[in-house]
Structure formats: C-alpha cells, structure tokens
Design a protein around this ligand. Structure first.
Ligand code: GDP
Length: 375
C-alpha cells in the first residue's frame, strides 16, 4: 500500500538522524622510510638464491622446479643468467632417465595416450614429466597441452609433472629450452620424460635430437598422406602404434599394423641396429599400453647393450652445442642494425643483377667482420 510505503521510508523513521558525523578512528601511522626498507628486504628475500633453487629441485619440490622452469623460459637476460647457473648445478644430477618423444597428427590421441601410459608408469612407482614442443603455440586454439581439461588424472598425480610448451620463440629456441628443462626435471627425480609434439613438421627433428626413443602414433584407415606424416618422421620412429584399436576398429587396426610393418621393411637399417616395431593400442580403453612399455624396455636393453644409447646422447650433446652457436651467430648477424641497413640494398642489387648473390653475401659478411673487430 502506498501510504504504508511512505511511512516506511527511512527518513520518516524517528530514529533517523540525517547526515551524521561518525566517530573517527585513530589515523594510521605514516609510512616511515624504515618500514619501506623492511618491506623491500622482505620482498627481496622471497626470490630464491641459485643454491635455494638447486636444493629445492634436488628435493623434488615441484613449486621450486616450476619457478626454475619459468626462469629458463624467460627471455630476460637477468633470468637467463640465474637459469644457466641453476642448470649447471643440476647437470651432475641429470641424465638418469628415459626420454621418450611422442608424436602424431592432432586428433590421433596423443594426450589420451600420454594419460594412459603416464598412469601406467606412475603406478609402477616411477616419476614422469610431460613436456611439449609446439611450434604452433602462438595459436591458442589446438595448442598441445594447452587445454587444462586434458590429462585429467595425470595432472593431479603427485608423481607426474606436466608443463606446456613455452609459447614464445623460434622452434630452435623452444627446443633448446625444452632440453634445459629436461635437465631440471631429471635433477628433481623424474626418471621418465615424455616430450609431445604435433607430427606435422620440423619439430620432430628437434625432438628426436633430445630423446632416447621416438614413438609415432597413427590411425588405421587413413593413408600416411592423409595423416600428414612425412616419410622422414616414420624413419625416425623406434615404434609405431596404431591407436584407437577398439570397438569395430580392431580389425582395421590389425590390418594397418601389417601394412606399416611391410612399409618399414623397405626402410634402410637403423644406426642402432634396432628393428622398429609396429603395435596397436587403445589409449581410450587402456589396452596395448603394457606392450608398448615392454617394447621400450626391450629397446633400452638393446641400445644399452650395444653402446648406442650413450652414443646417441653424446651426439645430441654435441648437436645442441653447435645448434646454440649457430642460433647465436644467426641472431647476432640478422639483428644487427648496420647489417640490416645494407641487407635491403644488397637484395635489390642482386635482383637487378647489378651484383651476384655471392658478392652481395661477401660484402655483408665483410661488414659484419668489421663491426665485430671494432667492438
Ligand atoms: P591429440 O590431439 O592427438 O592429443 O588427441 P586426443 O588425445 O585429444 O584425442 C582426440 C580424440 O580421440 C578424443 O575425442 C579422444 O577421446 C579420442 N581418442 C583418443 N584415443 C582413443 C582411443 O584409443 N580410442 C577411441 N575410440 N578414441 C580415442
């Protein structure tokens, strides 16, 4: 009722005091210089020393490991400096793991497989770190390991550590960082390392240069061309597994297995002397996972027996040394302002056939030498 409403208005209440002055409170002490200093000192203390990072990692502290990984991924020079010191101190505690590369086109079931295989590994008392090299990660959509709903069980498993691909940088840069992250994970006690990548491009070569075993996931009923898998990637594989061998797909998977086995026969013998195996599995139904694990074990026994395991790791170490030098030289050259200024001009002259490609290149390189001498 309108009348009642009028009476209920707060200003008509006898207790209403209108604008009223509340009792004040004690003013806060002004911020003294001392307290600022104390605050800053406290804040500074919170960023760890190199030794604290190393101790944390060696103790298997995942939070500290993650923070160190963030430093490795950072492009800030001051972060890189600390990261390199941490890596050097962790190196003596690294290397004691099985590093496995896993590739296949999007949709083949990589994350489902990693979850199934990962649980198999951790339930056998091992610790597993899952890293990724994703050349397409500037794209948020379809980015591997980016989706938090993937690997639901593994992501809450205390014996598993999942880290998405660093998103910035060239493939070479991302790959180098991943290799450094492997060192940290191994020092933290992860004795199994998975490196996931999308099987469509160059990233396989980078992954192959940092793993002991390379596993290619395929589907039945789709030609290699359809799956976008290049012959080179198949040649790198130590095992191929036909995934989604479940339901009425089992027979097709078996047929595909025979086809791939025949195809692999035509490939040149591998340096390791290992004959790549073709298997079937269902990541979804968790069948065939144990067999793949046994195959990896068999492979390790083979290559540790004939010395190839250590040989491959040595070659990888050398590869990454040269790769790092190459990347540094390339950047130093192409990011130089004076070089860039001459570059465009040289390109034009080459296109107009005023000078040859070689002369143009020589001039640029001579200028680079000169710049370096004057520094
Ligand atoms: P990724 O893109 O290679 O990581 O593939 P996902 O693991 O995300 O899997 C793609 C789709 O295939 C999802 O819908 C999965 O549920 C499905 N999938 C994965 N593995 C299997 C399998 O073994 N059998 C069946 N039937 N489906 C699977």
């Amino acid at each position: 009722m309108i009348g009642d409403h009028h009476h209920q208005h707060i200003e008509n209440d006898p207790a209403y005091l209108g604008l009223n002055v509340n009792q004040g409170i004690e003013p806060l002490p002004s911020v003294s210089e001392d307290s600022v200093k104390r605050f800053l000192k406290h804040k500074k203390k919170r960023s760890l020393s190199v030794q604290q990072y190393v101790d944390g990692i060696l103790n298997g502290d995942i939070t500290i490991l993650s923070q160190a990984v963030t430093l490795v991924e950072s492009s800030k020079p001051e972060h890189q400096e600390i990261a390199q010191e941490i890596i050097v101190k962790c190196l003596p505690f690294s290397g004691n793991s099985v590093r496995i590369g896993i590739t296949g086109v999007p949709g083949v079931g990589k994350s489902t497989f990693i979850e199934a295989m990962g649980k198999h590994i951790t339930s056998n008392g091992h610790k597993l770190a899952v890293l990724a090299i994703d050349p397409s990660s500037e794209r948020t959509k379809g980015s591997i390991l980016g989706d938090k709903t993937r690997m639901e069980d593994l992501s809450i498993d205390p014996n598993a550590y999942i880290r998405p691909s660093p998103s910035a940088g060239s493939l070479g840069g991302v790959a180098r960082k991943t290799r450094e992250i492997i060192v940290l994970c191994e020092a933290a006690g992860f004795n199994h390392i998975f490196i996931e990548t999308v099987g469509v491009g160059q990233s396989e070569t980078a992954v192959n240069s940092m793993v002991d075993f390379f596993l290619l996931l395929m589907l039945a009923g789709a030609g290699d061309e359809l799956q976008g898998i290049k012959r080179g990637i198949m040649e790198m594989a130590d095992a191929i597994t036909i995934n989604k061998a479940d339901g009425n797909n089992i027979e097709k998977a078996g047929l595909a297995r025979v086809q791939y086995m025949n195809a692999l026969h035509l490939f040149p013998a591998t340096e390791s002397g290992w004959k790549p195996k073709v298997l079937t599995c269902s990541a979804y139904m968790k069948t065939g996972i144990g067999e793949i694990w046994e195959t990896i074990d068999e492979y390790l026994a083979h290559v540790k027996g004939n010395g190839y395991f250590q040989h491959k790791r040595n070659e990888q170490s050398k590869f990454w040394m040269y790769e790092t030098i190459n990347e540094h030289l390339r950047n130093s050259f192409y990011q130089n302002e004076q070089i860039n200024a001459l570059m465009e001009e040289s390109e034009e002259k080459v296109l107009k056939e005023e000078i040859s490609s070689f002369v143009a290149a020589k001039k640029l390189l001579d200028l680079y030498d000169q710049i370096k001498r004057n520094i």
